[in-house]
Design a protein around this ligand. Sequence first.
Ligand code: NAP
Length: 247
Amino acid sequence: MNEPKVLVLGGTAEARDLASSLTEAGVGVLSSLAGRVSRPRLPVGPVRIGGFGGADGLAAYLHDGGFTHLVVATHPFATRMAENAREAAASVAVPVVRLARPGWEGHPDAGTWTWADGYDAARTAAEGLGERPFLTTGRQTLTHFAPWADRDVLVRVVEPLEAPPSRWTVVLDRGPYDVEGERVLMREHGIDVLLTKDSGGRYTEAKLTAARELGVRVVVVRRPASPAGMRELDDAAAVVRWVNDQG
Ligand code: NAP
């Protein structure tokens, strides 16, 4: 077989770690980013930025670029990209895996949180738990919280919002965060309920610890399902082994 050449669909810390691990293992890798943030953190090695134009576009890209492996290392909530990857990989017969960081369902405090199926359900649940929400579910989810335009909401996003409601306080930041910083932020704004999605990982976990310490209630949006039949690996070393075993 040809030398392995791996396309990593990224946009996460795990994808950056994977690009480093593959490079260290001497495996050719190209990382792909969606281009949603203006100054993305970049992985080592070559990077391309922007959509492929759906599953067909990705299939053509894999074929024309001579890629031997595809790794979906996008965020667990980036469902469209994962589904396109499954379809594209099947159509050009390129092996694919998903690098999926474990969720927070095994977190020691998980049983004390309110778990919601979707953002509207999370909003409704939070309304019953507190009056000063801290919204950390991401810019693309904010339309679900439009009914909160008339209340004080602390929102944390990576990129500026175009026209947030006047009563919302918008903090621009991106992880990793630490517990002390999260504690100060929540206390400063009198937060009594935190909304998050089940992103998993350590980068954004500190807010959960700070919430427990401050007695802030937590609402967690459950993860969407992975594409049917796609194999999942949970760390970079396992992906490197998978690439080498397939070679
Ligand atoms: P999505 O809804 O699954 O994907 C929407 C479209 O964006 C895809 O169809 C694809 O366009 C393009 N795209 C997504 N990821 C791409 C990548 N790595 N390389 C090239 N094109 C990509 O994704 P999303 O939720 O908008 O997330 C976009 C990016 O932000 C992802 O890379 C993800 O890892 C990162 N991110 C997402 C979240 C989140 O909560 N969703 C959080 C942190 C980081 P085409 O169809 O044109 O190929």
